[in-house]
Design a protein around this ligand. Structure first.
Ligand SMILES: *Cc1c(COP(=O)(O)O)cnc(C)c1O
Length: 370
């Protein structure tokens, strides 16, 4: 670790996790979702590692995220999953970035941008099968399909994909899963009967790719799973390895008497004379203030209390009589193999999911890739 702190990213874990999905879902293919800077792991290195592990596609949300991959020389198929009219679709189409459309208006918009780019837009039509977020409802789907067919016959657009997204695939047995699959099948059948010839139909995210084999269709969109995470109860299965380790070095160590109040508002008092260590990570770096007085600091093979309030830039750890020294490494979360806390455990403690933890690690924390 060269810096005061770092988020260490295990690229081999990303490749292996992707390879594990690739084997598991075959003959369906894997789209590695590397939105939000690769869930905080670094979009470009994560994308390369996922491609090395057998991902055939990449997924992002914004056009700018797709162009970052293209700028890095990555020429694999990339889907931009959110349809935002104001995005630079001309540039996206020019650079062979696939785009999504869930309204007839967006289809026509993309066709006109394609005309401008002098290329055919590669479009994935998005059906809303019950999440009621983006995409066309069953009532609006025929208008989207007919707009797409019209643009195809004008030569401006090719429907590459038909897709949708689950609301509750991480809640095994939730009746909405079967219902969404059935609505998706109807939407795909309708489009294909109308003359659309998609290369890929895709519905599943990580949880569904693991838990709902009947929803794999031609392609699964795996984000968290690529990084060794899942939103299923209990987290990711054992065949996945979390790729990120958040660690820092103690920058100061001191001995204090029993009864010393520690950090803002003295929300912790030392139970006895003890050794406190100062770690240069705080809530601005993505260590939530709600981790005050938890035991999520790991050093010398065991866990230690975070003593008192997590500050913006730093936190204090109570090491008792352990002879720790300034410069020593402390792990806040990692894969869990040595007993260190995991992003999954952070999420459970904080009433959120591991994804929010890893995407929340701030830009001040350097990423290192190995
Ligand atoms: C983020 C996202 C995914 C990936 O979800 P994971 O649970 O991380 O696998 C898939 N599809 C869409 C539409 C997304 O926004």
């Amino acid at each position: 670790m060269r810096s005061h702190a770092e988020a260490q990213v295990d690229l081999n874990a990303i490749s292996e996790n992707t390879a594990a999905f690739t084997r598991r879902v075959a003959p369906a293919a894997v789209m590695a979702v590397v939105k939000a800077d690769g869930y905080g792991h670094g979009a470009v290195p994560a994308a390369r590692a996922a491609l090395a592990g057998g991902a055939a596609w990449l997924g992002v949300v914004h056009v700018r995220e797709a162009l970052e991959l293209r700028d890095a020389g990555i020429d694999a198929p990339v889907l931009t999953m959110m349809a935002i009219g104001a995005d630079d679709h001309t540039e996206a189409i020019r650079r062979d970035v696939d785009v999504s459309a869930g309204t007839a208006e967006m289809v026509r918009h993309l066709a006109s941008r394609a005309k401008e780019a002098g290329k055919t837009a590669r479009v994935h039509l998005k059906a809303d099968t019950g999440m009621n977020r983006g995409g066309a409802t069953p009532a609006d789907w025929p208008s989207v399909v007919s707009a797409a067919l019209a643009a195809e016959s004008d030569g401006h657009l090719k429907v590459v994909g038909l897709w949708s997204h689950f609301a509750s695939s991480d809640d095994p047995g939730n009746p909405s899963i079967a219902s969404q699959i059935s609505v998706f099948r109807s939407a795909a059948d309708y489009a294909e009967k109308a003359g659309v010839t998609p290369e890929v139909r895709h519905l599943s995210n990580t949880a569904a790719a693991i838990d709902v084999p009947e929803a794999r269709f031609d392609l699964v969109r795996v984000g968290g799973g690529v990084f060794g995470l899942s939103t299923l109860p209990g987290g990711a299965p054992g065949w996945l390895t979390p790729a990120m380790t958040l660690k820092a070095r103690l920058i100061q160590v001191k001995r204090v008497p029993a009864g010393s109040g520690v950090s803002y508002n003295h929300r912790y008092y030392t139970p006895r004379e003890t050794t406190l260590g100062l770690l240069p990570l705080g809530y601005a770096d993505g260590v939530p203030r709600a981790l005050t007085n938890t035991r999520f600091a790991f050093a010398r093979g065991r866990r230690w209390p975070i003593a008192g309030t997590v500050c913006m830039d730093q936190l204090v750890i109570d090491f008792g009589d352990e002879p720790v020294e300034a410069g020593e490494e402390v792990v806040l979360f990692g894969p869990g193999a040595d007993g260190e806390p995991t992003a999954q455990e952070w999420g459970e403690t904080l009433d959120t999911i591991s994804y929010e933890i890893v995407t929340g690690i701030g830009p001040r924390v350097p990423r290192s890739h190995s």
